[in-house]
Design a binder for this molecule. Structure first.
Ligand code: AMP
Length: 405
């Protein structure tokens, strides 16, 4: 029997998200989530899409090993166990691949060591990703495990976009440069946008706006990323749910010296208590919309700061690309919040950018144009699918390996 299934694992510090796909037709067989690992109130939610059944488990799940074993048990109940000969590989989301990993990579000891070496530039994410990988390897040591990196798509950025204007000797020694994140999404969405236009990725220039709780923009020329808004860490760039995005780096010195805050306190402030949440106390765009409708001025200002930053990046990437074929909105806010899309594009007619009210108001559905018929630049909503992208790249790699012997 030819193995055609791929399990995709996205391991966070206290959670594991998973999907099992059959790559013959990209069919999703099961999806699920384990959250609050290490706490008393852990929860596993598993859905088998073939039968439409959902099961939940509540109660303490001590660590990733226990979590993954519980996931394996749930999959087995649906006849989709990890011991199945139909399972071809496990694909892992790995946040930071530095400059080293430019492509999805089959994991071996050397790869594990390199992911570990990148922990100083991704202290929150890479350790959790590594734990997930090690646990899965212990469970199925014979199975190919593939790492798909959030940074990989951005490794094509030219040096002038990737380097900060600081002493290169210091930058190189401490690996300080702009890496960018959400690369799996930017890759998928830029390709899907080209397909929506009926073109090959090589033929089009696209600005991708990934607007979820984390948010980033990228400029993609002919299928290759030439700039992106996140930097050394995911803190740089757009205003996000809880991250500040761009600010004068001297704000940090000021908060340290004048406000007496420690570096850890400033880190927490900028990553967890800033952005929309810091500005108005809410990071859910639906809640912000509701509050604006009631005339709430704090919510309104937070929204205006968010939109102003977004517009600046659209303008900047327009200039970087020179010619733009499409602007694509994706992720939770980009796919669902029509009022955000409308506000971000408003006033950009001079750049050939316009949104058609009726098209923009359509909810749900797949990739779709929201610019008027015959517009100079296409504006589109393109739902992202990071799990499918990870599964596809994993399967591609493992399939090739098998063919090449
Ligand atoms: P993500 O990180 O991609 O899952 O996006 C999560 C964010 O999407 C949430 O914080 C919400 O603000 C936003 N979101 C989801 N659904 C909607 C909606 N119908 N309208 C506005 N924002 C939404």
């Amino acid at each position: 029997m030819h193995a055609t299934r791929v399990l995709v694992l996205n391991s966070g510090s206290s959670s594991v998200k998973y999907q099992l796909l059959d790559m013959r037709d990209a069919d999703r067989l099961a999806v699920g989530l384990v959250e609050r690992i290490g706490e008393q109130t852990s929860r596993l939610k598993h859905t088998c899409l073939a039968t439409g059944s959902t099961r939940e488990r509540h109660g303490p799940i001590a660590d990733h090993d226990t979590a993954l074993k519980a996931v394996a048990e749930e999959l087995a109940k649906d006849g989709l166990g990890l011991d199945s000969p139909e399972l071809a590989a496990i694909g892992h989301r790995v946040v930071h691949g530095g400059m080293f990993f430019t492509e999805p990579t089959v994991i071996d000891d050397e790869v594990l060591t390199e992911i570990e070496r990148l922990i100083p530039v991704a202290p929150l994410h890479n350790p959790a990703n590594l734990t997930g990988i090690r646990t899965a390897m212990a469970l199925r040591p014979d199975l190919p495990q593939v790492a798909v990196f959030d940074t990989a798509f951005h490794t094509t950025m030219p040096e002038h976009a990737a380097r900060y204007a600081i002493d290169p000797a210091i930058a190189d020694r401490f690996r300080v440069r702009r890496y960018g994140f959400h690369g799996t999404s930017h890759a998928y969405v830029s390709r899907a946008t080209a397909a929506l236009l009926g073109k090959a990725p090589e033929e089009v220039n696209v600005i991708v706006l990934h607007l979820g709780n984390g948010a980033s923009a990228s400029a993609v020329r002919g299928g290759r990323c030439v700039d992106t808004s996140m930097g050394l860490t995911p803190l740089e760039g757009l205003v996000m749910g809880t991250r500040s995005g761009d600010l004068d780096p001297a704000v940090i010195f000021h908060l340290h010296r004048v406000a007496g805050m420690s570096m850890d306190e400033i880190d927490t402030l900028l990553n967890k208590r800033s952005g929309l949440f810091g500005l108005c106390g809410d990071n859910d765009m639906r809640e912000i919309q509701r509050r604006m409708d009631e005339g709430d001025q704090r919510a309104r200002l937070a929204f205006e700061i968010y939109i102003h930053r977004l517009k600046k990046y659209i303008g900047a990437y327009y200039a970087v690309l020179g010619r733009v074929d499409a602007v694509a909105f994706t992720a939770g806010i980009g796919e669902n919040a029509a009022f955000v899309r409308e506000a971000a594009i408003a006033g950009l007619e001079g750049l050939g950018l316009e949104v058609d009210g009726e098209r923009n108001a359509v909810r749900g559905g797949g990739a779709r144009l929201i610019s008027p018929e015959g517009a100079r630049v296409a504006v589109a909503v393109v739902p992202t699918d990071e799990e499918l992208e990870i599964a596809a790249r994993t399967y591609e790699l493992v399939g090739n390996r098998t063919e090449n012997g």
